[in-house]
Design a protein around this ligand. Structure first.
Ligand code: GLP
Length: 246
C-alpha cells in the first residue's frame, strides 16, 4: 500500500492524474475504472489537462463506471450517467462511446452483463476510487462481502443522508443502486483511492490503520497488491503516523 499525502488538492490531482496518463501513454486502449463523487473531479480535470498538453490521443481509452442509482433515467442530471459524462468523460477528454455505466433500470441480467463487459475488455488497468464516510467503495456498504460481484444493493442511511445534497429532498434519494462488487473492484490491476477533506479523516484512518473487516469495506484494500492512496492533509488528519508528503 502506498500512501501519498499532499498539502493541496491541486497537487494531489496532478499526481494521481499522472499515474493514469502514464498508463494511457503505454496503452492507447487502456481500461480505466471511473468513480463518481466530488473527490475525483479535480483528478479528471488534471488528467484531461495533462493529456491535452502531451497531445495524447485518448480516443481508444475505455472506461467503466463503478455504480448507478436504481430508478433514475440516464438523462436525469442526478444520475451517475450524467455525473460520469460531465465530470469524467468531459473532464478527462474521453470518447463517450467507450465509457460504460451500469444500467440502473433494474433490467434482469444487467449486473451479469456488466461483469462480462469488464472481462471482455481484459479487466480494469487503473481504477479511480473515492471513499464514503462509512468506508464504502462504490456502493458497497459496510457488510458487503469481499468477493461480491456487480449486483443491486440497498444504500446505507448515512449514504442517503450524505448524497441528499444532490437532491431536492432526502426522500428523493434512491434507496437502491447497482454497483460493481468489491471482488470486481479488487480485480483492477491498480487502485487509486482519492480522499480530500476532514469529513473523510475517520474513514481513511479506519481503512488504513483500523481492523481489517467487511464492516469497513475500504479496510479490505490492504489485501490488494497495488493500491495508491492520494489524500490531503485534512483527510490524513486521523492517521497516527502521517507518511512524509510527496
Ligand atoms: C458516492 C459514490 C462513491 C463515492 C462516494 C463519496 O456514494 N457511490 O463511489 O466514493 O459517494 O463521494 P464524495 O467523493 O463526493 O465524498
Amino acid at each position: 500500500m502506498h500512501i501519498h499525502v499532499f498539502s493541496s488538492e491541486a497537487e494531489l490531482a496532478e499526481a494521481a492524474a499522472r499515474r493514469i496518463v502514464d498508463r494511457v501513454r503505454h496503452d492507447a486502449e487502456a481500461v480505466v475504472g471511473l468513480a463518481t463523487g466530488s473527490s475525483p473531479v479535480a483528478v479528471y480535470a488534471a488528467w484531461g489537462g495533462q493529456a491535452r498538453a502531451a497531445g495524447l490521443d485518448q480516443s481508444g481509452v475505455r472506461g467503466f463506471a463503478l455504480d448507478e442509482y436504481l430508478g433514475l433515467e440516464p438523462e436525469d442530471p442526478r444520475s451517475y450517467h450524467a455525473v460520469i459524462r460531465r465530470d469524467a468523460v468531459a473532464g478527462a477528454g474521453l470518447n463517450p462511446d467507450l465509457v460504460r455505466i451500469p444500467d440502473g433500470s433494474g433490467a434482469p441480467g444487467a449486473a451479469a452483463e456488466y461483469e462480462r463487459a469488464i472481462r471482455d475488455a481484459g479487466g480494469v488497468d487503473v481504477q479511480v476510487l473515492g471513499i464514503g464516510r462509512n468506508g464504502h467503495l462504490g456502493f458497497n456498504e459496510p457488510g458487503a462481502a469481499a468477493d461480491s460481484r456487480t449486483r443491486i444493493v440497498e444504500l446505507a442511511e448515512e449514504t442517503i443522508a450524505d448524497n441528499a445534497r444532490f437532491f431536492e429532498r432526502e426522500d428523493d434519494v434512491p434507496t437502491r443502486a447497482i454497483t460493481q462488487g468489491l471482488g470486481t473492484i479488487f480485480e483492477a490491476r491498480e487502485l487509486l483511492v482519492i480522499a480530500v477533506g476532514n469529513a473523510k479523516a475517520a474513514a481513511v484512518a479506519a481503512a488504513i490503520e483500523g481492523e481489517e473487516t467487511e464492516l469497513v469495506p475500504a479496510s479490505l484494500l490492504r489485501n490488494h497488491a497495488n493500491v495508491h492512496w492520494f489524500i490531503d492533509g485534512a483527510a490524513a488528519g486521523d492517521l497516527s503516523a502521517v507518511p512524509a508528503s510527496d
